[in-house]
Design a binder for this molecule. Sequence first.
Ligand code: MEV
Length: 297
Amino acid sequence: MSLGSARGKIILLGEHAVVYGVPALAAGIDRGAIARVEPADSDKILFGTQELTSEHELYEGLRLVREAFHVPPLRLELSLQIPAGSGLGASAALGVATARAVAQLAPNPIADRHLLSIVAQWERVFHGNPSGIDAAAAFHAGVLRYVRGEEPERVRLRAQLTIVITISGPPANTREMVEGVARLREQRPEAFDKTLTSIASLISNATLCLRSGDREGLGKLMDLNQMLLSTWMVSTPEIERACHTARRAGAYGAKLTGSGGGGCTIALTPEDPEPVLRALRAEGFECFACEIGENQS
Ligand code: MEV
């Protein structure tokens, strides 16, 4: 039996725009996915305690990884510590965890770059046109500046970030959300490109804020990113309500994270997240706090 694990992620700024080559800022969180594999007569996947039927897309993912790493059929047991379809990168975390577990049974050592390229293919099974940001954040620690097709760059933080993650709607389908944004781009290419340019400048400023420890500045940039994302129709009334509740309770800024359309929001809070957590819970939201810092490994 071999074991692999991987992080979930949040996107601090830049989702959707990253699909079109704009940089984005992402961070792994300390909840994610765990995969256990052992040799079997034929592939078998258990998700939690439930055995998946052979039509499930995860079988295609497992076969892809096995064949790339020259490993015979496996029994794969998966567990997730984050909600699926919620913008926290569950499918990438499952992919990285599975690839790490399967790699240990491979006849030859698997280089990180190869492993990530296989996870990128796994992501295509679930997402259609992924930028690769989720897989990069599931794989690496700390805050990453990610540009599609390039090696992610680690951003050194001056100060630890406290983030409240809130479930702000039902799961959304990333593929459909990304396709919806692509249709908007086709309809209004010039307006779309202007928004991309604005998001790119938010990312440059946010990178400076992270390096200098300016949480208030970062929060304002997150709010602006949320406003621009809402013009792409990926926000919802529930997402806006969660962001508003967090800001009113003292968050520096708040926005959706991931594909939107439901799923999670993130709020950057002062070191003590309790007032924000309390306010969100009083409004009926499920939420938790996490720390993003230099001590992540
Ligand atoms: C999903 O976590 C982030 C998106 O930008 C899609 C992607 O980059 O693959 C919406």
